[in-house]
Design a protein around this ligand. Structure first.
Ligand SMILES: Cc1ncc(COP(=O)(O)O)c(C=O)c1O
Length: 397
């Protein structure tokens, strides 16, 4: 039994009255307080003016930074608010002075848009890209990582904490300890992990951690954040796209970056979403992130257990530690068609296409996968309903 009051939490989530939402790795259902906070600020903006509304809410906006910081064990001055996880990742990457032959180490499970950014650096600057070997269980092989760190002296190690196309959780703390030992910069993509499991940037020892609002954190769409360590600021790292918030012009050819993570921010912000994100961070913290993890991972384990008994379903998840993302192959069936049919029955899942995980999927000879991602507010009955619907669709399609 969960310590969370699921009935109460569902009553605070309008969407649960309408859909069986098992697509929290896509975008979760926002809780009512998040929705209300956004509307409240939009209302204030239309009443007193956008700039004036932000001034009126200055203290509350600062509290959003505090709430996001608390969620990941960081101080508020280490948090930059961005438009999404990709924007955060890009800002971090753009602050590193890569030159020809510098090495980047990553995994074969890193998110597609991150991989595209590395390839762009390879093409434009002659950076060398290495993908660390996986363990037999699919997560990163720490011995292989250490060998590469020793041999290549990479400028950056970048790892997706929970890949988009697998329930696996990468050992980001062990990776962080190695990065510190070999003095490599360390960037963690925590887009899928923030909001579903405890995260402490001090334990991970990362220089940067990028994330988004809309997934397991249950914040709004169109907003994300980047953790920037004091070390990264002290090293003088500054992004390619500083804006007025994060920099002062001091001479024609020089600028002075802000002394904190705000150097990674844009000036123009959707403050309603900033407040919504802060509300979501507080909401999750009040429930307890460890309680959230246990409930969400428990529902995912139940999903895997029920699906493992179905003919024609192959579980794809790897890793010793498995999260609230469940991925399956439906042997011989058209996954997008099944996903569409489920949606028509009021059950939201999603499709991981080859494009979103080309290296991993090609290695494992997978075309596309159905992704089922429960969260703590889902019920056991909703999981059973999904499995029954799948059985019926597999028998009749
Ligand atoms: C692991 C991972 N990283 C990054 C992203 C990109 O996030 P965003 O769309 O917020 O930029 C995603 C999106 O699904 C993801 O799963």
């Amino acid at each position: 039994m969960s310590v969370l009051n699921i009935k109460q939490l569902r009553s605070e989530t309008l969407g649960t009255e309408h859909v069986n939402h098992l697509n929290n790795a896509g975008a979760s259902l926002v809780p009512n307080p998040v929705h209300q906070k956004i509307l409240e600020h939009l209302e204030l903006e239309r009443t007193v003016g956008g700039y004036e509304a932000a001034e009126n809410c200055f203290g509350e906006i600062q509290n959003s930074y505090r709430a996001i910081g608390r969620l990941i064990g960081s101080q508020p001055h280490n948090i930059a608010i961005t438009e999404n996880a990709t924007g955060s990742f890009l800002q971090a990457l753009s602050s590193i002075n890569f030159s020809a032959n510098d090495a980047i180490l990553t995994s074969s499970n890193d998110y597609a848009s991150n991989q595209i950014m590395y390839l762009s650096l390879v093409e434009r600057l002659g950076v060398r890209l290495f993908r660390v070997e996986d363990d037999p269980d699919g997560s990163i092989d720490l011995h292989s990582l250490e060998n590469l760190l020793r041999r290549l002296n990479p400028k950056l190690v970048a790892i997706s904490h929970i890949p988009t196309s697998s329930g696996m959780v990468q050992p980001v703390k062990d990776i962080g300890a190695l990065c510190r030992r070999y003095e490599s910069l360390y960037l963690v993509d925590a887009c899928q992990s923030v909001g579903q499991m405890p995260i402490d940037v001090k334990e991970i020892q990362c220089d940067f951690l990028s994330s988004t609002g809309r997934k397991f954190l249950r914040g709004p769409r169109g907003i994300g954040f980047l953790f920037v360590s004091d070390r990264a600021v002290d090293l003088g790292l500054k992004p390619l796209f500083p804006d007025l918030r994060g920099a002062d012009w001091i001479m024609e050819n020089l600028y002075q970056p802000a002394p904190d993570a705000s150097r990674f921010e844009n000036w123009e912000f959707p403050f309603s979403l900033v407040l919504g994100l802060g509300t979501a961070a507080n909401y999750a913290q009040k429930l307890g992130i460890e309680e959230i993890r246990q409930r969400a991972w428990g529902l995912a384990a139940k999903t895997r257990s029920l699906l493992s008994e179905l003919k024609g379903v192959r579980l794809l998840d790897q890793g010793t530690q498995r999260s609230a993302i469940v991925t399956i192959d439906l042997e011989g069936k058209d996954v997008p068609v099944i996903c569409d049919s489920l949606q028509k029955l009021g059950i939201n899942t999603s499709v991981c296409t080859r494009n979103s995980a080309v290296i991993d999927f090609d290695n494992r000879k997978i075309d596309s996968a159905l992704r089922i991602s429960p969260h703590y507010f889902n019920t056991e009955t909703e999981i059973e309903d999904l499995v029954s619907a799948l059985v019926s669709l597999l028998n009749h399609s």
